[in-house]
Design a protein around this ligand. Structure first.
Ligand code: BLA
Length: 326
């Protein structure tokens, strides 16, 4: 696929425009220094945007535009600790041949343990994902074909899975305009979806399924928590998430290569996962002691459990059916 005409900027524009229709976004001056960065070889441009708003502690995006070589989007929305809203998470890495995609409303609490949290948010979100990962039966040229628009991307580590929800889109595909159009549609659906959607024609289902839930709708409906204990719990859960990603995100080696170790570290700690230094005092090893080496340092491996989940570990009703194969 020719990446010179392709950009993730329209995803960011869509999300920010939709957010602005509902709430007042205020820019964050402390992030000004990250607005526009260039790679050392001058071939790649890194752009960032960030804002806060009522209910939203931080909405931020990073796009990496490497012309023909790569296009990357890291877009996330982190709620204020007074809300236990999921964290909106879109991480797309694309080069000329391959795209690696995570799109999810990451749960603040592990949904395999906290079933009340799963019920609260994901029961009504299930139809959102179905459109992209259920097996569609299509009749083309008189032949019955089965396909999934965005199928499970294969082995994923047990550690990452804890931060994913039953509607996570984890997929890898050969980069193509069609797949990216599907991805854009999924991004819009997960961020904002009101009213009925059109399901591709199948010979066994109806044409329309009404629903309105998506991240922005959840935000509209979210009611502020007043109990200090619950707010503390939410803050710590978000801090744990930030601590995980600031230490182990798979994109870091590329950022290091592009802008050098020091700037990459600052970008990760003070921009992408801003709050990792202020929302809590616990360290990575406090949250994830299984990574402790004998010398007391953090094990550099991304996973100590290994890659375990080869197929989607949730069924279409959001029940965990994970088969730990590793
Ligand atoms: C790969 N990115 C991945 C993978 C995941 C994620 C699951 C597959 C590799 C693996 O199994 O670990 C994303 N992992 C996540 C997310 C969470 C998580 C979102 O645990 C949340 C909890 N990706 C980026 C950026 C770049 C990038 C900014 O977000 C580059 C600048 C690149 N991601 C990237 C690359 C790979 C990857 C190159 C494949 C390389 C590899 O697997 O090491």
């Amino acid at each position: 696929m020719d990446l010179s005409t392709f950009s993730y900027q329209k995803f960011v524009n869509f999300a920010l425009q939709e957010t602005k229709l509902r709430t007042a976004l205020a820019p964050l001056p402390s992030h000004e220094k990250f607005r526009l960065l260039r790679s050392k070889d001058n071939n790649t441009v890194l752009r960032t945007l960030s804002f806060c708003a009522p209910k939203i502690r931080l909405v931020r995006s990073l796009t990496v535009e490497g012309n023909r070589a790569m296009q990357v989007l890291d877009f996330a929305v982190f709620p204020e600790p007074e809300f236990d809203l999921p964290i909106f998470c879109a991480n797309f890495f694309t080069n000329a041949s391959l795209s690696i995609v995570v799109l999810d409303l990451n749960p603040l609490y592990d949904v395999t343990i906290h079933t009340d949290y799963k019920e609260k948010y994901y029961r009504k979100l299930l139809p959102l994902g179905k459109k992209y990962f259920e097996v569609l039966k299509l009749v083309t040229y008189m032949l019955l074909k089965e396909m999934q628009l965005l199928p499970w991307g294969g082995n994923i580590t047990g550690e990452s899975l804890r931060f994913f929800s039953p509607i996570v889109i984890w997929t890898r595909f050969n980069s193509s305009q069609f797949k990216h159009d599907v991805l854009y549609s999924a991004f819009m659906d997960y961020f904002k979806r009101y009213g009925a959607i059109r399901i591709p024609v199948t010979y066994r289902t109806g044409m329309y399924r009404p629903y309105r839930a998506a991240w922005l709708a959840l935000m509209d409906e979210a009611v502020e928590e007043t109990s200090a204990c619950h707010i503390h719990r939410n803050r710590e859960a978000q801090h744990k998430y930030l601590t995980w990603r600031a230490e182990k995100d798979p994109g870091h080696p590329i950022l290091k290569k592009l802008v050098g170790e020091n700037l990459a570290k600052e970008l990760v700690w003070r921009f992408l996962f801003d709050g990792v230094d202020s929302l809590g005092a616990k360290t990575f090893l406090d949250y994830f002691p299984e990574y402790k080496c004998d010398s007391g340092t953090i094990n550099q491996k991304r996973s100590v459990m290994g890659k375990s989940y080869e197929t989607r570990p949730w069924d279409l009703n959001g029940e965990f059916v994970g088969n730990h194969s590793g």
